[in-house]
Design a protein around this ligand. Structure first.
Ligand code: ADP
Ligand code: TMP
Ligand code: ASP
Length: 238
């Protein structure tokens, strides 16, 4: 398979196929993980498999709720066939409680309940360390069209509602998460990339234990065990 792109956690290969008239690519989930825009690097056995299964479970749940995503089929434990999309150049973050960069930037403690979910956009640019964007910048610099921005906000909030309820049902608090969206040939927006413990903050409701990539970012313990624990909680067999 011809490698088209290698990122921090995944590889993309040419597929030479299409699905219902739309070109597809193969996405590989690697065992690596990085933080602070790849300044910190790590890996653990089965990370790719765990994240693929995790993302697949979440995407399936979301498609049952009418949210369109890019996955066509799972090929093997670390590879999925997905629609080849034109990615929006942003990361969309939804926050339910303060944590991470929001807490740091504004001087908040982590874990403060927000009055309502907050949607933020970050420019996808590793060199610039994915800067936060204002809606004014997005509009004036034509980073997204106003329709793309509105659709992205709406879908992000719908996803948040489904995921918050789902994780609460297994005793886990969804603190925040990041999604990426891509456009198909007819301009339709799809949920793309992944939703995994790399891209969410997930805290055990009883113990407040972190079950996500913050364990690696902040050296809080065994990241492999944290990923396995959250995976098992949502019914994935490791
Ligand atoms: P990064 O590029 O940030 O290092 P990854 O290692 O996860 O991240 O690489 C996956 C890349 O594939 C990301 O840049 C993401 O935007 C892109 N991507 C995700 N889904 C699709 C898709 N359906 N079509 C095309 N590109 C995609
Ligand atoms: P932040 O608090 O660091 O801005 O992160 C918000 C959420 O987005 C958190 O769940 C982790 C996720 N995230 C990514 O998926 N990729 C990234 O590059 C960053 C910075 C955060
Ligand atoms: N995604 C970024 C990285 O891999 C930042 C992060 O998740 O902390 O470096």
């Amino acid at each position: 398979m011809k490698l088209i792109y290698e990122g921090k956690a995944k590889k993309i290969f040419e597929d030479g196929q299409d699905f219902q008239g739309q070109p597809t690519v193969i996405m590989e989930f690697k065992d690596s993980l990085t933080a602070f825009n790849a300044q910190k690097k790590g890996n653990f056995a089965q990370k790719g498999e765990i994240n693929l299964q995790f993302s697949q479970k979440i995407f399936q749940l979301l498609s049952e709720k009418g949210i369109s995503h890019h996955v066509v089929e799972v090929i093997d434990p670390t590879h999925v066939r997905v629609l080849k999309l034109q990615m929006l150049p942003v990361e969309v973050v939804v926050r339910n409680k303060t944590a991470g960069s929001l807490a740091k930037r504004l001087g908040y403690e982590e874990g403060v309940q927000l009055k309502k979910p907050l949607v933020e956009f970050y420019l996808k640019n590793d060199e610039l360390q994915d800067p936060l964007l204002t809606e004014g910048q997005i509009e004036t610099l034509e980073i997204l069209t106003s329709s793309e921005m509105k659709q992205a906000q709406e879908v992000a909030l719908r996803i948040n509602q489904v995921l918050k309820d789902f994780f609460a049902s297994v005793g886990v608090d969804l603190i925040d998460f990041k999604i990426e969206l891509g456009k198909g040939p007819q301009g339709k927006l799809y949920l793309a990339d992944e939703i995994t413990p790399d891209s969410c903050r997930l805290w055990d409701q009883k113990t407040q234990e972190k079950l996500d990539k913050d364990v690696f970012r902040r050296d809080l313990g065994d990241v492999s065990e944290a990923y396995k624990k959250i995976a098992r909680k949502i019914g994935i067999q490791i």
